[in-house]
Design a protein around this ligand. Structure first.
Ligand code: AMP
Ligand code: MG
Length: 305
């Protein structure tokens, strides 16, 4: 069920979360499937609805730095303080977890991933709930992420209470940074470009991008994928047949179904649109390895695995 973001809808969502239900939560990155961090019943529903492997931990969403400090204990205050300037925003920090946190959130790790979302509806709801929620993207495991309320219903069914916060303004998942090592390491590219983060931290981009000791859990090989097979568009391709072509910089070719994605926030919605066309294969231009192109590349590589 999709409801407009009224005061009543937010109160209803708070009640559902307190009762151990899950809700569809609009954020600026993608729509989340949220449960209270204090409800193991709710947290279990996230895994079963998404068919998510239990080894894949959840991101905690909270409305203040106090909320962040209620679930984790950042060791390096210097990096933590600089990075918290991106909040509210599309940045998730992995920090040592408080020991009382449900293992359904951490997947048994001693760390927790946490962020403050920059969506007015999410912030109001978190404020009224008075405690954080755990919220992965509201799609079936490995599928395309939802960037509009209707996508949540398409993925998870009519029964989910989804607050309509409009189309996501970022439309890509958060950038995940681990603060578990001496220097910050990027675990997943996302809505805030690595270059901006390196600059804020005054560290070389190379250091941020270099692989840390631990790999991010739950980064399956196949992820973000439409049902239609997806391939990277080869150079000098002559398009024909029942295929679709998506580009970022090139003008879309004539003769087959094609479209240029004019903004990274339209990436998922365009994949979803092309996935409904009954095509034999979708080819997509590989974006350049900088800025938000990094986040798009990472997703395209996983979706075309
Ligand atoms: P999503 O399922 O799209 O919301 O993405 C959540 C992702 O956050 C997971 O797949 C992990 O890659 C990452 N994550 C969550 N918790 C942790 C953690 N404790 N350590 C490292 N990465 C984490
Ligand atoms: Mg996801």
């Amino acid at each position: 069920m999709i409801v407009p973001p009224s005061e009543e809808a937010i109160s209803e969502a708070v009640k559902l979360l307190q009762e151990g239900s899950v809700i569809g939560l609009p954020t600026e990155t993608v729509y989340g499937l949220a449960a209270s961090i204090y409800s193991d019943d709710g947290l279990k529903k996230i895994y079963s609805l998404k068919k998510r492997p239990k080894s894949n931990p959840l991101i905690v969403h909270t409305h203040s730095v106090d909320g962040v400090l209620s679930v984790g204990e950042p060791r390096s205050s210097k990096f933590f303080l600089s990075l918290s300037e991106f909040w509210p925003g599309a940045l998730t920090l992995v920090i040592p977890a408080k020991s009382n946190l449900s293992p359904l959130i951490t997947a048994g790790h001693e760390s927790v991933a946490v962020r403050i979302p920059a969506h007015p509806v999410a912030l109001t709801l978190l404020d009224e709930l008075g405690s954080p929620v755990a919220a992965p993207s509201a799609n079936k495991s490995t599928a395309v992420s939802p960037t509009e309320a209707i996508h949540v219903i398409e993925e998870l069914g009519e029964n989910i209470f989804v607050i309509d916060g409009g189309p996501c303004s970022v439309g890509l998942e958060s950038t995940i940074i681990s603060l578990l090592e001496e220097t910050p390491k990027i675990l997943r590219h996302g809505g805030i470009p690595a270059e901006e983060i390196a600059e804020k931290l005054s560290i070389p981009l190379k250091s941020l991008l270099s692989e840390g000791k631990g790999k991010a859990p739950g980064q399956e090989k196949l992820h973000y994928a439409p049902k239609t097979p997806l391939s990277i568009l080869p150079k000098d391709f002559s398009p024909s047949g029942n295929i679709g072509i998506l580009t970022f910089t090139m003008s879309p070719p004539k003769g087959v179904k094609s479209k240029r994605i004019d903004n990274p926030k339209h990436f998922y919605v365009t994949l979803r649109e092309f996935d409904k066309l009954g095509l034999d294969r979708i080819y997509i231009e590989e974006p350049k390895d900088s800025g938000l192109g990094r986040a798009l590349r990472e997703r395209i590589h996983k979706a075309s695995h």
